[in-house]
Design a protein around this ligand. Structure first.
Ligand code: UDX
Length: 443
């Protein structure tokens, strides 16, 4: 199958590479010429394990190419996949300008029957809008289909090659047959529905997962007050198959390019049809507050943070990515600075990305985890990188001025901490306070 993928962001690039891996001929198109030039030279703009190597091999094999010309790619293709961005507008609504521009351009370059499918996360009704925009300029036959994407950053290739399900939304038997043929090698779970339901499935999936996270975070906050352990509570409820064990890790809340954007967009979509999505609004609100529990715990341990060196481990919104979009670390570091603290930050991969958007003279950028902790009055862990989980706690205790650890991702269990001198503040689990150590500090 000849496929044109429009947009070389996370979704477009990974989808293009995976379709080529399945044996198809794929051209990935982007109007950013510098990006296309880099991709041609094998430079991948995102940190995604395995992607660079796959890309290089597929380009060598002639199955994958990169182009600035939408026209050339589309004229050749029988399937066109739109995967351009839908960034949030001020009010949370998805900005459709890139999708609409691509649809209009497609209308100018269609030269025969093709299936045009939308992989970008788009409000209900967008595929129909794409159809209208194309049909206003091209009078031949074509079909549209919604093909929502569920990949996670950091495991994007694996998720695309091993999906739980593929959702296909279309009103055309011909388009459905083509998309079934394309995805059949990946999973037996090909779920076919109408276009609007398919568009809704993407938003509803992300909103539900975000709800699970905010739910367990609120349970964690209550656990802290009643002396229960949220990790055990999550295990206990997750064993009920109706609930399931995943996405019940308590912490400092979700970030990234999808959950924050898609939850707000769904609230807007509901609002546009005069529906007040109260539950989802609460999910967003809980998530925004959760990150500041780190600051509360630091203040509980230290009193005022003014003038204090505070170590920060992790800046990415989750491990195995350099993505800091909507990372809770942004506001946590911001709040530390606001309180007069001097953050010493370290992340194994996301330092440059964070520094580009959130540099500040009060921040010390450190070359290693131990370096960030050195001389600190307290350390907070914000991203659960493996490197942090494997840290030598005795060396860490040695390096810090006061051994106080606020663990925003519950990486260290009480057992590991028990044999050290750390005061330990996890999320929704019992706090370990070293009174002796604190008394010594006060003196
Ligand atoms: C998510 C969806 O999982 C994916 O299906 C969709 O296509 C895009 O959005 P992604 O943003 O890459 O993917 O990351 P994910 O692994 O889902 O984590 C999202 C955020 O939730 C992270 O900040 C993570 O730390 C947080 N999270 C996740 C929790 O706090 N607790 C959990 O139990 C799970």
């Amino acid at each position: 199958m000849k496929i044109a993928v429009i947009g070389t962001g996370y979704v477009g690039l990974v989808s293009g590479v995976c379709y080529a891996e399945l044996g198809h001929e794929v051209v990935c198109v982007d109007n950013d010429s510098a990006k296309i030039e880099k991709l041609r030279r094998g430079i991948i703009p995102i940190y995604e394990p395995g992607l660079e190597e796959m890309c290089a091999n597929l380009v060598l094999d002639g199955r994958l190419a990169f182009s600035e010309s939408l026209q050339d790619a589309v004229e050749e293709a029988e399937l066109v996949v739109i995967a351009v961005g839908t960034p949030p507008k001020e009010n949370g609504e998805a900005d459709m300008r890139y999708i609409e521009a691509v649809a209009a351009e497609l209308g100018d370059h269609m030269n025969g029957y093709k299936v045009v499918c939308v992989k970008s996360t788009v409000p209900v009704g967008t595929n129909e809008r794409v159809r209208e925009l194309i049909a206003a300029r091209y009078f031949g036959p074509f079909d549209v289909a919604s093909l929502p994407e569920f990949l996670r950053e950091g495991t994007a290739v694996h998720d695309t090659m091993n999906p739980d399900r593929v959702v296909i939304g279309s009103d055309s038997e011909r388009a459905i047959a083509l998309l079934k043929e394309l995805h059949a090698p990946l999973t037996p779970n090909l779920f076919v529905t109408d276009i609007r339901s398919s568009e809704m499935i993407k938003y509803a999936s992300n909103a539900f997962l975000a709800t699970k996270i905010s739910f367990i975070n609120e349970i964690a906050n209550i656990c802290e007050k009643v002396g229960a352990d949220v990790d055990d509570v999550a295990k206990g409820i997750g064993m009920d198959r109706r609930i399931g064990p995943s996405f019940l890790r308590a912490g400092i809340g979700y970030g990234g390019s999808c959950f924050p954007k898609d939850t707000k967009a769904l609230i807007q979509i509901a609002g546009n049809v005069k529906y007040d999505f109260k539950l989802l609004k609460a999910v967003v609100e809980v998530n925004r507050h959760q990150r500041f529990s780190v600051i509360d715990k630091l203040e509980d341990a230290l009193g005022s943070l003014d003038g204090m060196s505070i170590g920060v481990w992790g800046l990415a919104f989750k491990p195995d990515t350099d993505d800091v979009r909507e990372s809770p670390a942004i506001e946590i570091v911001g709040k530390l600075i606001e309180r007069g603290a001097k953050p010493r930050v370290y992340d194994p991969v996301a330092m440059d990305a964070f520094r580009r958007g959130h540099d500040h003279p009060a921040i010390t950028w450190c070359g290693s985890a131990l370096e960030a902790a050195r001389g600190c009055e307290a350390l907070c862990l914000l991203t659960e990188w493996r490197e942090f989980a494997e840290a030598d706690l005795l060396a860490l205790e040695e390096a810090m001025n006061r051994p106080i650890l606020v663990d925003g991702r519950n990486v260290f269990g009480g057992e590991r901490i028990g044999s050290t001198g750390f005061s330990y503040y996890p999320v929704g689990r019992p706090v370990i306070r070293r009174e002796k150590h604190l008394v010594r500090e006060l003196n």
